[in-house]
Design a protein around this ligand. Structure first.
Ligand code: C5P
Length: 270
């Protein structure tokens, strides 16, 4: 069985505090995007995967369901890039095995299982626009946005690897109590207004300090005419909003010619 493993960007990401378990409490609006890996899953007696990653989330995902699987992955999502690549693959493996073995688990049950192995997996199991809280395990789908026209964005990877752990360790949690940031962006998305001034990511500052290449890539996206520019997740991939697919493609090819990995993508609902 073949399935696409879609990546995500964080349109907002607030780091609210450090928890007793060492993780950080978050509030984030996650949007699934069209960039994807291609996963092939077959029934098998044991669990194998061809990624070669030492800590393969696909294998962990299959083991969560207690079934055998032969998994192969064709990667397109940059690894360690803040786009949830490994989590996207694991989410797709959960969804595919649920169907292959007719396990009849709901998306919510699969999301809850996925949370045991990675913070971004629950959001990527649900797909579409998702509000993510806790350390990532509390997720809710914003269904009202399913019917809205897609947003186009240009992704740029500055070519540096961001360690999620290191970026979080260098982040000072904000003391925001209320949910105005999330409320404001949701209001703008629902009414179809521009969201460029509603984008924010508390991990951007520490990541830029660790890797100045991130700030440089963001500057180039701004100069190329993107309407709002932000880093996704814990980096290093950054994105800029554009008004049309044509404009996005033009900017992505300009960024490619400067030597960057860059693609024009759009938001997607699974
Ligand atoms: O859960 P995941 O493997 O994606 O997290 C990687 C690392 O990022 C964790 O070990 C932790 O250091 C940091 N993290 C965090 N708070 C979160 C998510 C991740 O501190 N909510």
């Amino acid at each position: 069985m073949k399935i696409n493993a879609y990546a995500k960007v964080n349109l907002t990401l607030e780091v609210l505090g450090k928890r007793a378990d060492g993780y950080h409490a978050l509030r984030s609006l996650v949007a699934m995007i069209s960039l994807h890996d291609e996963i092939e899953v077959e029934k098998a007696s044991g669990v194998t995967s061809d990624t070669g990653y030492p800590d393969d989330l696909c294998i962990k995902a299959a083991k969560l369901l207690n079934v055998g699987a032969k998994i192969s992955v064709k990667k397109s999502i940059p690894v360690g890039g803040g786009l949830g690549g490994g989590s996207a693959d694991a989410a797709a493996v959960l969804l595919a095995l649920n169907e292959l073995y007719d396990l009849k688990k709901t998306r919510e049950e699969l999301a809850e299982l996925g949370a045991k192995i990675g913070s971004d997996i629950p959001a990527l199991v649900l797909g579409g626009f998702v509000i993510m809280e806790g350390r990532g395990e509390i997720v809710s789908r914003v269904k009202e946005l399913d019917e809205k026209p897609p947003k186009y964005l240009v992704l740029v990877n500055p070519g540096v690897f961001c360690s999620t752990k290191e970026v979080y360790a260098n982040c000072t949690p904000s003391l925001r109590e209320g949910g105005e940031i999330l409320y404001n962006i949701l209001t703008h998305l629902k009414s179809g207004d521009k969201i460029s001034s509603n984008l924010m990511n508390d991990l951007e500052m520490p990541a830029k300090k660790l890797h100045p290449e991130i700030a440089q890539a963001m500057k180039e996206l701004e100069e190329a005419g993107c309407e709002g520019v932000l880093m996704s997740g814990s980096g290093s991939t950054v994105f800029g909003l554009v008004s049309s697919e044509n404009k996005g493609r033009e900017i992505a090819s300009r960024m490619n010619s400067k030597g960057y990995w860059s693609e024009c993508v759009h938001t997607i609902v699974r």
